[in-house]
Design a protein around this ligand. Structure first.
Ligand code: CMC
Length: 424
């Protein structure tokens, strides 16, 4: 039901009435669907001003730097909830009771193993393949193993697929790492928490199983929480678009992983550390900041800027605190952290960055924490994908559970007009 009305006036044609809707928060939206019948399309490359769907999952106020999951602020979730609680919240809409939480944790634990035959997939990849390349392949391949949960119109199938994806992502992520190292892959252990288990599968070997540091497990868990969802970003929109054709959830999440890989999105965490390596020393910062400002130079300050946030990314604030905690606990005096802080200070006081509201985003500090934990740079975006999985599934499920249409944008065609094939 329309809350207000807008009118579109195109020169030489009668005005067109368009319904305007108000959400519970955020800007009003103009419903332009009726324009097709009038022979007009809207033009919005990069979706700068387009709401692609209605959603009840995550709200962002980019001007104020607010991020809410089902109404709960991200800093409160990062402090008080663990990752599986956040997953439950995203999927079901409410925080779990103690009983629901215990049941959810146990269900996830019972699905952490992957089909034994899936291991053979890995042998088809070079050992030096990028972990995200392998993740795209093996997550998509899950659809070849779990035929019993592929009916997207069956709510039970959707539920078990969601559980399987959340449970198996850390197992697959750790398998990718072990494969790159040439070490035996580790089986998950049910007595461990989600994040302890991930670190166990990453860093233990069958010869030696060391206890997992609670500080590192907590930091890992918080990183997963901070990545759990982020509204209609590029990868989530990709998952929705793939899902809108009726594709199965494993294929859709594989599509999301591919979209996440790019350096403008999830690949930025890897790019930040490479950039800090390249800058090398505080004395070089000015030179790199100048490069970032130069329109003729493709270099950008990785970990800076965001399509939606025109203020501090609220995830970056928590990430910075976690970074301080981890480095203090490990007694690490990382010169890269000092470099990152100096870079942040210089960039934030520079008129170019100020005028464009370019603040550090979630990826700016996550790499320093992941590095301190011992996770190699190429694995950073895989960690992001693992954390983002519940968000992707929650959005896919929200779409499939209601009425939806296949995503099919149109275009402003500027190619040749019709012409005849030349006679020879
Ligand atoms: N360094 C230098 N200049 C920048 C940067 C940057 N990191 N980000 C934006 N700008 C400039 C840009 O050149 C443009 O300037 P002008 O108006 O003079 O043409 C202006 O700021 C607006 O930027 P934009 O590219 O139009 O903004 P966008 O919304 O299309 O892009 C972004 C957003 C995140 C892709 C971009 O800021 C960027 O490439 N940042 C670096 C990569 C990065 O850190 N990505 C992680 C995003 S957060 C994690 C996630 O959710 O995926």
């Amino acid at each position: 039901m329309a809350d207000k009305k807008a009118q579109l006036i195109i020169e030489g044609a009668a005005p067109i009435d368009l319904p305007v809707y108000s959400g519970t928060m955020g800007p009003d939206v103009v419903d332009v669907r009726g324009l097709t019948a009038e022979g007009v399309f809207t033009f919005d490359p990069g979706f700068m001003a387009t709401s692609s769907c209605e959603s009840k999952i995550t709200y962002i106020d980019g001007e104020k730097g607010v991020l809410l999951h089902r109404g709960y602020p991200i800093d409160q979730l990062a402090e008080k909830a663990d990752f599986l609680e956040t997953c439950f919240l995203l999927l079901k809409g409410e925080l779990p009771t103690d009983e629901e939480k215990a049941k959810f944790d146990s269900t996830i634990k019972n699905h952490t193993m992957v089909h034994e035959q899936l291991k053979t997939f890995f042998n088809g990849f070079r050992r030096d393949a990028h972990p995200m390349a392998i993740m795209c392949g093996v997550v998509g391949a899950l659809s070849a193993f779990y035929h019993d949960s592929l009916d997207i119109n069956d709510a039970n199938h959707r539920e078990i697929s969601a559980i399987r994806l959340i449970a198996k992502m850390p197992t697959l992520a750790a398998m990718v790492y072990k494969y790159s190292m040439g070490q035996p892959m580790m089986y998950p252990r049910n007595e461990l928490s989600y994040s302890e288990n991930f670190l166990h599968m990453m860093f233990n070997t069958p010869c030696e199983e060391k206890p997992i540091s609670p500080v590192l497990a907590k930091a890992m868990d918080r990183i997963f929480v901070l990545h759990a969802d982020h509204e209609q970003n590029a990868s989530t929109s990709t998952v929705r678009l793939a899902g809108s054709s009726g594709a199965n959830p494993f294929a859709c999440i594989a599509a999301g992983i591919a979209a996440l890989w790019g350096p403008a999105h999830g690949g930025a965490n890897e790019a930040v550390l490479r950039m800090l390596d390249e800058i090398g020393d505080v004395s070089n910062i000015e030179k790199f900041v100048a490069k970032a400002k130069d329109k003729d130079d493709p270099f950008k300050l990785m970990g800076f800027g965001h399509r939606v946030y025109k203020n501090f990314d609220p995830r970056a604030k928590v990430m910075k605190e976690t970074c301080d905690e981890v480095l203090a606990e490990l007694g690490i005096n990382d010169p890269q952290l000092e470099l990152a802080m100096k870079l942040e200070e210089i960039a934030r006081n520079d008129p170019y960055f100020k005028e464009r509201n370019l603040y550090p985003n979630v990826d700016f500090y996550s790499g320093i924490i992941l590095k301190a934990i011992g996770i190699p740079t190429e694995m950073f975006t895989v960690i992001f994908a693992t954390g983002r999985t519940p968000g992707w599934i929650a959005h896919w499920n929200e779409m499939i559970s209601g009425p939806y249409k296949i995503g099919r944008p149109r275009q402003l065609y500027t190619g040749p007009t019709q012409r005849d094939y030349p006679s020879k």
